[in-house]
Design a protein around this ligand. Structure first.
Ligand code: HPA
Length: 270
């Protein structure tokens, strides 16, 4: 895998001499932050050696290099999901490549279903911990110790200083935020009512089909991680509750300006 990572990174480096400090993965319907990146170069995933193709609606599939609030960054507009049929190694390959490019911090956004009864559609939740219910693990198989340890510690995957900074940024701007536990599932079905209830009982505040594999690989790689969910639907409600992908995208779009603001300010303060 190391050779493939290096090949992809070498290809990307041809487009920019600058070493990105932070990597940003933008979730479903949350791609607008990319527009704030100045002096940017966009590279289609399909042009990068060993990158899998992006297939889901709302995921445009390009890597963006440039400066956000003056900081060199690399952003992924569109991410890869296990439910697309990719391996966990493919899903997380871009994280390895961004690490090889030089990032020390990874910021992740996603759309997620809320299970916490205090949550409303359009709310933001900083992820402070996760529960991994995905059926495969990105680190299964022989460990390459040049990439990271065999048994990574996961006692605090989400960097507390970044959580504190994001909270301060939001408070100063009057943006209300939740913090909570993200449950990572395979999808592509949304959950049954009983499943949302189960995930709430085991300690989840929000559920989604991404993020956990990337976070695991980021921690394995020694990166600092910050992640935030936009609550796009509510799994636990008394009334009927049909969830559609269009509804998820619309809610993500509505909440996006606040998310963009927090990510940009956070990058500036890194
Ligand atoms: N469940 C799983 N994934 C999701 C959801 C959800 O309710 N909303 C957005 N992504």
């Amino acid at each position: 895998m190391l050779a493939q990572i290096n090949e992809a990174a070498a290809y990307i480096r041809q487009f920019s001499r600058e070493v990105p400090q932070a990597g940003i993965i933008l979730g479903s319907g949350l791609g607008n932050l990319a527009g704030e990146i100045m002096d940017r170069t966009e590279i289609a995933y399909t042009d990068i050696p060993h990158f899998p193709p992006a297939t889901v609606d709302g995921h445009s599939g390009k890597l963006i290099l440039g400066r956000l609030k003056g900081q060199p960054v690399v952003a992924m507009a569109g991410r890869f999901h296990y439910y697309e049929g990719l391996s966990m190694q493919q899903v997380t390959f871009p994280v390895r490549v961004m690490k090889a490019l030089g990032i020390h911090t990874l910021l992740i956004s996603n759309a997620a279903g809320g299970m916490n009864r205090n949550f409303r559609v359009g709310d933001l939740m900083i992820i402070t911990d996760h529960i991994n219910l995905q059926p495969e693990h990105p680190l299964r198989g022989r460990n390459d110790s040049t990439l990271g340890p065999r048994f990574p510690d996961m006692s605090e995957p989400y960097a507390k200083p970044l959580v504190a900074k994001a909270r301060a940024i939001a408070a100063a701007k009057g943006i209300s935020l939740h913090t909570g536990v993200y449950v990572g599932v395979q999808g592509p079905t949304f959950e049954t009512r009983a499943e949302y209830k189960f995930m709430h009982i085991i300690g989840g505040d929000a559920v989604g089909m991404s993020t956990v594999p990337e976070v695991i690989v980021a921690i394995h790689s020694g990166l600092r991680v910050f992640a935030m969910s936009v609550i796009t639907d509510l799994g636990i409600r008394d009334e009927d509750n049909v969830i559609t992908h269009d509804e998820v995208l619309a809610a993500a779009k509505a909440a996006e300006p606040h998310l963009t603001y927090i990510f940009s300010e956070l990058v500036q303060q890194l």
